[in-house]
Design a protein around this ligand. Structure first.
Ligand code: SF4
Ligand code: SF4
Length: 421
């Protein structure tokens, strides 16, 4: 059962893309792709350039974390990140010089080998900017042949317009980058996945796409969760995969990630900034803002005229469906934070489950959310129900007539299974 959600996108689309690029301090949270197993590579007193590596993930994906300013490491502090939890952050005082090392003036995008491309996007800290934060280099570093690149510009959650605003502003750069990625990796074709209803982005891309015969638009239905990787791949390739799209010879990247790759290919730039949607009924001037990674959200909100007066606010890192409510405004921008919502806190009442089965019918991952909820205290039963397949789309919570936060049970179930592994 596909969901047709209200959009709430008009306000941020009507407002020009803002910029907040001069934070006095930035805070680099020691987390990447949900993993806090990170090695710090700097200490108090060290000078860092913009793009310098300040920490590196351990384990399988040794992706670096980079500084988004030049300046001095002044210490370590704990702040909230997109998971809703507090994490240790490297605090860097900005010297406002934006000094960067080894910047290229105007490199030909396709001038490097596939091996150098993989190394470049890894060392420039490029990760998926659509939410999950998966290391981008790992998708290209495959023994399997890549036949198709899919660029995800679907952005199906209400409120969020960060990808759209970026793509409207930099469509030529994005197309140039896609073309170079195809050439470097010997990929035959690319599709840019866009919702059929997103006519402004379709028109903008169509204005420039003619010079790139290998790049096509794939126009998809405006339903939720159409931005889910598996759903996009199935609609375009007419096939499903088991674990990863590469099984079908497909790599899928978010459109903002493609723009970050453009910066790395053309200028040797690291991922140091991103566009974030600031929206919700409590925001005085909802808009998209280009910000440095590591900037406190509170500062950005103040720079765009702040919040309306209310007794209580709810801060959400991400969109209303997949986002995570955070306990305060002490939130830091990470590469995968696409949206900050500030909503008025309403009284919420949970009624008993009426066994209507709507959460089961609405689950795109074909799970039984109600059964996972009912069996939350039995790890043995939970294992049989495969909560690990949940993509945390929030459809079950949205659809539940009893107002039960079903998705939170699924998240808890995932944690419980991990704990007893
Ligand atoms: S949040 Fe998970 S369980 Fe709920 S509908 Fe989405 S995929 Fe299914
Ligand atoms: S949608 Fe809500 S009320 Fe209906 S079965 Fe699922 S949890 Fe129960």
């Amino acid at each position: 059962m596909a969901l047709h959600l209200p959009k709430y996108k008009k306000q941020t689309l009507e407002h020009a893309l803002g910029k907040y690029m001069r934070p006095k301090f930035i805070y680099i949270p020691l987390i990447s792709g949900g993993d806090t197993n990170i090695t710090e590579l700097v200490q108090k007193g060290d000078y860092v350039n913009k793009g310098s590596i300040v920490a590196r993930r351990k384990g399988n994906f040794k992706i670096p974390l980079v500084s988004s300013v030049s300046g001095t490491v002044v210490g370590f502090e704990e702040h909230l990140c997109y998971t809703g939890e507090t994490v240790k952050c490297i605090k860097i005082e900005n010297d406002f010089k934006d000094s960067e090392l080894n910047i290229k003036k105007n490199r030909k995008l396709s001038s490097i080998s596939k091996k150098s491309f993989i190394e470049l996007i890894k060392e420039k800290g490029i990760i998926g900017m659509g939410g999950a934060g998966f290391p981008t280099y790992a998708k290209y570093d495959s023994k399997r042949k890549i036949n198709t690149l899919i660029v995800n510009a679907v952005e199906c959650e209400p409120y969020i317009t960060a990808d759209q605003m970026l793509a409207l502003s930099f469509s030529e750069e994005i197309l140039e980058a896609i073309d170079a990625i195809l050439e470097i990796n010997e990929i035959e074709e690319a599709y840019i996945a866009v919702k059929k209803t997103n006519t402004s982005l379709i028109d903008e891309l169509n204005n420039h796409i003619g010079t790139y015969p290998k790049i096509k638009l794939a126009l998809l239905d405006d339903i939720y969760p159409m931005g889910w990787e598996r759903m996009i791949v199935k609609r375009i390739m007419k096939e499903d995969y088991d674990r990863l799209p590469i099984e079908l010879g497909v790599v899928i990247n978010n459109i903002s990630t493609i723009y970050a790759i453009y910066g790395a290919l053309k200028y040797n730039r690291a991922l140091t900034e991103r566009t974030v949607t600031f929206a919700g009924d409590m925001m005085k001037v909802p808009q998209n803002v280009v910000v440095k990674i590591g900037t406190p959200v509170k500062e950005i909100i103040e720079s765009i005229e702040g919040l309306k007066k209310a007794k209580n606010y709810v801060f959400v890192a991400g969109g209303p469906m997949m986002g995570q409510a955070v306990p305060s405004d002490d939130l830091i921008v990470t590469p995968n934070l696409n949206c900050v919502l500030v909503l008025k806190k309403e009284e919420e009442t949970e009624l008993p489950c009426i066994r209507c089965g709507k959460c089961v019918a609405g689950c795109p991952a074909l799970l039984s959310p109600v059964l996972i909820k009912d069996n939350i205290n039995s790890v043995e039963e939970l294992r049989k129900l495969h909560p690990e397949k949940c993509i945390e789309c929030g459809a079950c919570s949205y659809i539940c007539p009893s107002g039960i936060k079903v998705r939170e049970y699924i998240r808890l179930a995932k944690e419980k299974i991990k704990e007893v592994k």
